[in-house]
Every structure is written in C-alpha cells, then in structure tokens.
Write a protein that binds this ligand. Structure first.
Ligand code: 5GP
Ligand code: ZN
Length: 116
C-alpha cells in the first residue's frame, strides 16, 4: 500500500521510535501519545483493520497480543496496568487504515465508552 503511512514506517521510508521488531511485527511510540506509555503494535503486512483480517491473519494477531504483554513489561506497566485496544472504522475513530493495536499505560486511563 504505497499511500499507507504505517507501511512506510515498516519500509523505513518514514521514521519511527521502534520498541520491538521481528519478521512479522513492528512496535513503535505513538507520535501523539495519549498516555505516558503509548505504543502502536502493527503487523508488517498491510491489513486495513481487524474487520479486514482473514483466517491467514489470526496467527499474527495472536502474536501481537504476546508482543503487547512483552512491551508492557519492558515499559514497566505490567503491575500498574495497561490497555490494549484497536479501533475499527468511523465510529471507533480509526484514522490510520493499517491494523494497529494501541498499548497505553503509565497513568489511570479514562473509561471506554461514548464520546462526550
Ligand atoms: P487510530 O485512531 O487510527 O486508532 O490511531 C492512529 C494513531 O496513529 C494515532 O494515535 C496517531 O497519533 C498515530 N499516528 C498517526 N500518524 C503517525 C505517524 O506518522 N507516526 C506515529 N508514530 N504515529 C502516528
Ligand atoms: Zn499499510
């Protein structure tokens, strides 16, 4: 996907502050952190959202959960708690249409729910 900013980050065409990388996954700091710890974890493969994931993608999505736990531990938020969330589509406020999981922690997070 030539116009996808997260594909460009994967390809190294755009910079990012990486915290984890392997053959299938990249994790990097969110450019506009909404919490003291705010990391984005993405598959290197372009998948537009969870809703676009197919059976061939479940393995990498499971892998993302494992990496989220690891990055949380390395970020020092395992004990204090953290949130792992993916936005899908307009009502969830998805802006970047390349599947990504937000890992947020380091402070008390606001409850999930309706926009106020
Ligand atoms: P969404 O609303 O799509 O779930 O979240 C997209 C997230 O990507 C936002 O938190 C936003 O700050 C982050 N973001 C957008 N562009 C960039 C970028 O170029 N680099 C990084 N590191 N994060 C980005
Ligand atoms: Zn992409």
């Amino acid at each position: 996907m030539s116009d996808c900013i997260f594909c460009k980050i994967v390809e190294g065409e755009l910079p990012s502050k990486k915290v984890y990388e392997d053959d299938e996954i990249l994790a990097f700091h969110d450019i506009q952190p909404a919490a003291p710890i705010h990391v984005l974890i993405i598959p290197k493969k372009h998948i537009a959202s969870l809703d676009d994931a197919g059976p061939e993608d479940w393995a990498v999505i499971g892998h993302i959960q494992r990496v989220a736990k690891q990055v949380a531990s390395e970020s020092g938020v395992s004990e204090s708690g953290y949130r792992v969330v993916t936005n899908v589509g307009a009502n969830a406020g998805q802006i970047v249409h390349h599947l990504h999981y937000h890992l947020m922690g380091g402070a008390r997070l606001s409850p999930l729910g309706l926009h106020n």
